[in-house]
Design a protein around this ligand. Structure first.
Ligand code: CA
Length: 223
């Protein structure tokens, strides 16, 4: 079993490499975001342990790039016990996370669980009524008719669709889609939803994007 550890802190990286090697894994260590991304994309690993705060490219971007082509399990390490960080990491396609500092035994338990579980079956095709989202090809159709979306519109639609039936608040949408907190200006979300509706819902009789008054938005087929 091969594991890639992407960790810039020297002691932590060495410690992880040593501990995992002693536990029987073959371990490669990358110390920067660009190196980690390069190795993750060009080598085959059974698992990637990814620190979030990295020089060069942060762990979020490394993960996004990995997920464009690979479904290798990713365990990310976050220094902050922030709910948004965890949600963000999992949204970006990570499989699990650990908050630093953690006990090595805990890491090892998570690693073993992830390896037993195998690569996640991330849904490549999301369906809702006559809407189809091909996540890998980034293609969206309704009733077989192609819908062209901007990158932001696609991210927004995907987020809603992955969590279909669940009301998502404007601030959650803002943090997930724009990578920022728009606490003061969630109008941005309303504008983007309006644009998305114009393409995804307006030309079709069945409306899928619903407004949950005072709460946010949800995508669901209400028939
Ligand atoms: Ca770090």
């Amino acid at each position: 079993m091969r594991i890639l550890v992407v960790e810039d802190e020297l002691k932590a990286g060495d410690y992880l490499k040593k501990g995992l090697s002693e536990s029987g894994f073959v371990v490669d260590l990358a110390r920067t975001g660009p190196d980690g991304r390069h190795m993750a994309l060009h080598e085959e690993y059974d698992l990637i342990i990814l620190d979030v705060m990295l020089p060069g490219i942060d762990g979020w971007h490394v993960m996004q790039d990995i997920r464009k082509t690979k479904d290798t399990p990713v365990l990310f390490l976050t220094a902050r016990d922030a709910v948004e960080d965890r949600v963000k990491g999992l949204e970006l396609g990570a499989d699990d996370y650990l908050v630093k500092p953690f006990a090595f035994a805990e890491l090892l338990a998570r690693v073993r669980t992830l390896l037993r579980r195998g690569p996640p079956r991330e849904e490549a095709l999301i369906r809702l009524a006559d809407l189809e989202i091909d996540v890998l090809k980034r293609r969206v159709t309704r009733s077989g008719k192609r819908i062209d979306l901007t990158a932001t519109e696609f991210s927004l639609l995907r987020l809603l669709a992955v969590r279909q039936g669940e009301v998502l608040s404007r601030s959650l949408i803002a943090s997930q889609v724009w990578d920022m907190n728009f606490d003061s200006d969630t109008n941005v979300v309303d504008v983007a939803i309006r644009r998305l509706r114009a393409k995804v819902d307006d030309p079709f009789p069945r409306k899928l994007i619903q407004t949950a008054r005072g709460m946010g938005y949800v995508i669901e087929d209400r028939g």
